[in-house]
Design a protein around this ligand. Sequence first.
Ligand code: PMP
Length: 386
Amino acid sequence: MKSRKLLMIPGPIEFESEVMQCMAVPTPSHVDPDFIDLFANSLKLMKEVCKCPSGQAFIVAGTGTLAMDMAAANLIETGDKALVISTGYFGLRFAEILKRYGAEVDVLEAEVGDIVPMELIEQQLQSKSYKLLTFTHVDTSTAVLNDAKSIGDLGRKHKVLTVLDGVCSVAGEEIKQEEWGIDVVLTASQKAIGVPPGLALLVISQNAIQAFEKRTSPVTNYYGDWSNWLPIMKAYENRQASYFGTPAVNLVMALEKSLQLIVKEGLDNRFDRHLRAGKAMRAAISALGLELLSKNEQVSANTLSAPKYPSQIDTTTFLKAVNQEGIILAGGLLPELKNDYFRIGHMGSINRSDLLATIGALETALKKHGYLHELGSGTTQILKHF
Ligand code: PMP
């Protein structure tokens, strides 16, 4: 396939062919015993990937935004106080969602490319009695990685429900949900989990279930109400047929396949592969003389990178030139810096060839745009680090 291009955006990503094959089989009934088994296994594997053995997993047709919506709709009642720790576009989205359900929201916003210091978060938690805090593990708009363990510790210390938006991190960055005291880990299928778009995924703690059960007002979102979904998830776990909304059957089959591949690789191996890919990408980008939006190695995500355009580059044509070299990249997402940077996804099935092809295309497009650098200086870093 001479015209085949590599999709290197931060989701959707390139999917394993075994996963894609699940999308092409005839759709079984959602109450077929084999499908029920497979659904049960997916729920079990979700808890394994998030390291939350005593949690409750949800698999629902929808996107990552639905998973955020479900967390807010089910845990917030009018007047509840919520703290959003924002490292970019998706933090601010969470604030909007929480407000829809009547929360009084405070936002602690990081400087672009950085995280909010833990001392500031602690000060804020001491200043008011919050019911819930949310943070974005990897913000896809800035390629910033938050310190999930430390935020989980703070949440536990101050008895606040902690929600981790893991849409760009689950199965790519290390998460120990139960050990770190995180009440909700939510994600979507199309990123490091490695399944085409269309599934909203959550794993919630027993603490979150208790908080949900203590509500005094009904959930104002019908589709996302956990009262509708909890019995369905429990029924699948107990190998019983049940129905609330028709599951996205082929996507769930693809999810089970991908989760199997993830645990077969081993979570530690997988996180290490992402770590090395992230380091290699950042080293290559720096060797080409491009700056990164994320401020330093410690706060840099391993699932994507956000390089700034060199000043002399025509940003209206640059990504098209990379595309002509066979690599699809994404533009900037932060509205105020949209034309200052672009984004490269490197998660899921990512391997050395993908990284080499990507940096090779980037180098060629830079050269064609008149940017002076030594050809091969980026790809050398990939070979050195990966
Ligand atoms: N949170 C983060 C960190 C994301 O990257 C995204 C999607 N890019 C979302 C939430 C929203 O997910 P979706 O587009 O699947 O609704």
